[in-house]
Design a protein around this ligand. Structure first.
Ligand SMILES: N[C@@H](CCC(=O)N[C@@H](CS)C(=O)NCC(=O)O)C(=O)O
Length: 255
């Protein structure tokens, strides 16, 4: 993907979406998929993973990704704000169910996937906690960044339990839907929940290299899951995400 530099992006108007260049950051991939499904176009802007990104901070007040910057409006970093922006700007079928209870269920499950204390949050802890043991990270900026992501010695113990619980809950919901004749998380059509699960599943069981061309160092990190987590990846979850990528998200991934 071609990215604008922050300096160039600042001179442009319209929607600019800051994304971590070169890796499939799950929050960024989900934002891209949601905007695409809602026919919202944007200019991609480069963020560098785990770096200070000072120019970006100067522009938006934030250093990580994704960040959605629409004209002079305040930059949006939260997954929910990005989803609601796609609803506001986009066209075609909504990615949120009609009824309030179904809408709450859809957003609640997406929060379990992408929100604080959710699947992505805890999976990141599992993947990065070992960095704390590397002597060169002592006192560095990287250590400070990890601290903001809740990465502390021993924090991975709770993470495994939380990841398993979320995976079991997601699989239960798909089983319930299957019994009703639907292959989507809620109702009979694609919602943000389907898209967020598909994108975040890359952190546990990535699509093959030809569809998700990750750098060599990243694939083993994303793929290595504990036995307990592996046992909680019900095949219905993988069948679902393959179907969602096959139908609702552009592949091969381009980042
Ligand atoms: N602000 C986002 C979470 C964003 C996030 O955690 N981004 C991470 C993963 S894509 C990131 O930018 N990591 C690289 C970095 O921190 O430089 C939300 O609340 O939904």
């Amino acid at each position: 993907m071609e990215y604008l530099s922050v300096a160039d992006a600042r001179t442009r108007s319209g929607l600019r979406l800051v994304l971590t260049a070169g890796v499939p950051g799950p929050w960024g991939e989900a934002a891209k998929a949601v905007f695409a499904a809602r026919n919202v176009s944007y200019l991609p802007v480069e963020q560098q993973a785990m770096q200070p990104n000072e120019e970006l901070r100067d522009w938006t007040g934030h250093r990580n990704a994704p960040i959605a910057c629409l004209d002079e409006e305040p930059p949006l970093t939260d997954w929910l704000d990005i989803v609601l922006l796609s609803e506001r700007l986009g066209s075609g079928p909504s990615l949120l169910p009609d009824g309030e209870a179904d809408r709450a269920l859809s957003l609640g499950l997406a929060m379990a996937i992408a929100g604080p204390d959710g699947l992505g949050w805890h999976r990141r802890i599992e993947m990065t906690v070992a960095i704390l043991d590397e002597p060169e990270t002592t006192g560095t900026q990287l250590r400070a960044i990890l601290g903001k992501y809740g990465v502390r010695p021993g924090s991975e113990v709770d993470s495994e339990e939380r990841i398993v619980s979320i995976l079991l809950g997601l699989a239960e919901q798909l089983e319930r839907q299957k019994a009703l004749g639907s292959s989507y998380f809620i109702g009979g059509a694609v919602t943000v929940t389907d898209i967020y699960w598909a994108c975040f599943s890359m952190m546990l069981s990535p699509l093959p290299q030809d569809l998700n061309p990750m750098p060599d160092w990243l694939r083993p990190l994303y793929s290595a899951v504990s036995e307990k987590v592996d046992a909680a990846i019900n095949p219905i979850l993988i069948e679902h995400r393959d179907r969602i990528y096959g139908t609702h998200i552009a592949i091969p991934l381009d980042y």
